[in-house]
Design a protein around this ligand. Structure first.
Ligand SMILES: [Zn+2]
Length: 338
């Protein structure tokens, strides 16, 4: 598979500064595919950590490509960029760009067992959208959560284990999971996906959002809770976020999902509607290159923001003020606030 070869080549190029982790293997019709992760930077639990994830949905190749393009940029900079080496002394960085290699190989949203990994965690939504929100009727229908009591899929377990070891072992962490396929605009979503209630770290999310608005002043991202669009069962990031909040000592994990607005690519090139991959990926090479380029600045912003959290995380009155602004920006109905 092309993406796996690219990832292995990047790991090779990174040399001793880049660690390769095989988190397991999955079988696709007799072909064994590794579940690969890459780590770099300082493993000390006292420094913050940041993780980049892609390819959870096999149809959304562009998500995996964006994450690998950023990894490729860091690997190149390792050769010459002193600033990057300073950054790596104060930060742990984790990559898992091909979470669902079987889905990528077969060109399916779900994994080879027909399970939608982003509906697979043990989290129940109060009012999920029928079907799209996750269903247990049949694996041949989309958004299948897996059978009741069957536990999480190997890919979901590998992702959760990696997050536990590399992000939740640090007091502060940010995760970015790259997807495509929803809407006309590029969106940055934060939890929850299973309820319209705000998360505990709404103030921190809002401070990060303001930092983004100030730093990348021309950015076009819509920053919002996923629950503003639709509610789903089984969201892996809701599950991991709740786990971080329940950990002792408590951990702060800010999970973000980049949802690239693919409908614009289809609008500009309607022929894409007739290809299965076309709905989720930019078809023309120049458009693909532009999409990759567009998001690299944001991913690098997140890396720097993660490394510098002690400088911008709001405390005391400032924290309360951020929470207040966040509530009026994203959550209008007061009865939803707990
Ligand atoms: Zn997706």
């Amino acid at each position: 598979m092309r993406e796996l070869r690219t990832l292995e080549a990047l790991i090779e190029r990174g040399g001793s500064r880049v660690e390769r982790h095989c988190l397991g293997e999955i079988d696709v019709g007799g072909q064994r595919l590794p579940l690969l992760a890459v780590t770099m930077g300082n493993p000390d639990p006292n420094v913050p950590s940041v993780g980049f994830f892609g390819g959870v949905h096999g149809l959304e190749r562009i998500g995996a490509e964006v994450v690998m393009a950023y990894l490729a940029q860091l690997v190149s900079r390792l050769r010459w960029d002193a600033g990057l080496h300073w950054l790596l002394d104060s930060l742990r960085i984790v990559f898992m760009p091909l979470v669902n290699p079987g889905g990528l190989l077969r060109g399916t949203r779900a994994n080879p067992q027909g399970v939608d990994l982003m509906r697979n965690a043990p989290v129940e939504a109060a009012q999920a959208v029928p079907l799209l929100g996750g269903q247990r009727l049949a694996a041949w229908l989309p958004w299948y959560r897996g059978a009741v009591g069957s536990g999480m899929q190997a890919e979901s377990q590998a992702l959760c284990g990696l997050v536990e070891r590399e992000l939740l072992s640090h007091a502060q962490a940010i995760a970015v999971d790259c997807h495509s396929g929803f809407g006309l605009r590029d969106r940055i979503w934060f939890p929850y996906a299973h309820t319209a209630r705000p998360i505990q770290h709404l103030a921190e999310i809002h401070a990060l959002c303001e930092l983004l608005d100030e730093t990348l002043a021309q950015h076009r991202y819509v920053f919002e809770p996923q629950s503003r669009q639709y509610l789903t069962h089984g969201d892996l990031w809701d599950h991991l976020y709740l786990q971080a909040c329940a950990a002792a000592p408590r951990r702060m994990l800010l999970p973000l999902t980049l949802e690239m607005g693919s409908w614009l690519w289809v609008k500009k090139n309607p022929r894409q509607l007739f290809s299965r991959l076309g709905m989720f990926n930019p078809g023309l090479p120049h458009r693909r290159a532009r999409v990759l380029r567009q998001h690299l600045g944001w991913l690098d912003f997140i890396t720097r923001a993660a490394a510098s959290m002690p400088r911008w995380l709001p405390l005391g009155d400032a924290r309360a003020a951020h929470e207040e602004r966040a509530l009026s920006r994203w959550y209008r109905r007061p009865e939803l606030v707990s």
